[in-house]
Design a protein around this ligand. Sequence first.
Ligand SMILES: Cc1cc2nc3c(=O)[nH]c(=O)nc-3n(C[C@H](O)[C@H](O)[C@H](O)COP(=O)(O)OP(=O)(O)OC[C@H]3O[C@@H](n4cnc5c(N)ncnc54)[C@H](O)[C@@H]3O)c2cc1C
Ligand code: SF4
Length: 456
Amino acid sequence: MDLERAPRETSLGPSIHAELSELDVLAEANRCLNCYDAPCTRACPTHIDVASFIQKIGTGNLKGSARVIMQANPMGASCARVCPTEDLCEGACVYADDDRPIRIGDLQRYATDWLVKSGVDLFQPGRATGKNIAIVGSGPAGLSATRELRRLGHAVTIFDANPALGGLNTYGIVPFRLPMDVALWEAQQVLKLGVDVHTGVSVGDDVAPSELIARFDAVILACGMGSVPPLGIPGEDLDGVWDALEFIERAKCGDGIRAPGPSVAVIGAGNTAIDALTCAKRLGAPRVTMYYRRGESDMTAYPFEYDFAKHEGVEFRWYCTPIRMLGEGPMVRAVEFVRTAPGRPSGTLARPLPAAIPGSEFVVEAQTVIRATGQSRLSDLIGGFGLAQSHGIVAVDETLRTSHPKVFAAGDCIFAKGSREAMVVEAAEQGKTAAASAHRMLCQAPAAITQSSVAQ
Ligand SMILES: Cc1cc2nc3c(=O)[nH]c(=O)nc-3n(C[C@H](O)[C@H](O)[C@H](O)COP(=O)(O)OP(=O)(O)OC[C@H]3O[C@@H](n4cnc5c(N)ncnc54)[C@H](O)[C@@H]3O)c2cc1C
Ligand code: SF4
């Protein structure tokens, strides 16, 4: 990757991750009971052998520890920072019942930080198979698939619309949770295996999906999701009204947002809303408020994210929805809301829509308004490949094969709303699965990565 083309990150204040002393690390590592049939490993979507990497930290074998992590999870360094561990490995730890689970995420960060600083390369490409595979999208799913395919000996060509690789790891996740240099390091580790890269190339616009299907032996679609859809209310086109993803990206890359104004309104209550809120706060806005049409118990952000936003000084308003934005010249200056009441239970809707309360309108001042109400789907791109889809979610079988026999899909583009949010660790695992399935199709053999593709 041409690192000159990578964006330059702006500091948005200290990391949310505490520094661990060597003493803390050893004390924590020595608490691990090395459980039989370890529940933490089962709870990790990439099935990292947690007890093994922790035991290696305990004996000072940091290279071995990092290898256990990165072998199972090509995004192991970013996952150490962004995984909702309370819901995954740490939530399954036998000590979780006492509210003192082993700090698996922190220990994983310790081992992978060592790897980043050491300059050691853990993996090598496999023996060339003569097969050539296209990857559309270089986020966690695309990079994970690429790494596995290179270790199996397939040639890989990545196409990404962005100037730099990494997808949301590079551009979307706030720097105080995941610094850009970690995301770029992870991408660089994959590229070191030898990959043909076309950045700034949008498949569907600059290159036709049919061309990829014709030119390559297989295609893995890992294009993620799209922008935040409009709210559909008057005034949304005023300056100062942002899509949350664009706001976070511009804040992270230091591109154009320096002072969001004294009062910022964020619409939505998911994890992206929390990231936009805390970003605005760290950009210096004194008053940052989240507005949500449902109640506190309905918010979809993780509890630890909500606690973090409260700690950063964000304010919260429940049961209200915006009905129009008010401007002064081209700039937004206020938002009109109406109060809402919980919707009546309905047989068809899992979460009934709240109803507006007539006459309860109120106006709040805001110089920046951020829409954080979910992401749209890339239906046109999926349609361009001629794939079966349900409202922009690519239909796949359990091997992640799509309705086209040469095309597989992984990551957010196959994410269907369920109990959990879309996650980096799920995208990484799906990238591995799609790579193994493409390999099986091309070589009529299971994906067995030989020991020679692991540097000793
Ligand atoms: C604000 C925010 C915060 C998040 N925080 C967390 C977190 O703390 N923890 C966590 O686990 N998850 C988090 N997530 C979710 C996580 O980032 C995603 O689940 C994950 O990045 C999905 O990986 P992906 O590879 O499927 O897609 P992406 O990371 O979205 O990558 C898709 C790539 O495809 C490229 N692409 C799209 N269309 C085209 C095209 N036509 N041609 C070429 N390239 C294309 C894009 O440029 C992009 O690089 C967060 C998401 C957001 C939006
Ligand atoms: S990748 Fe995430 S879920 Fe898996 S062990 Fe590491 S921190 Fe836990």
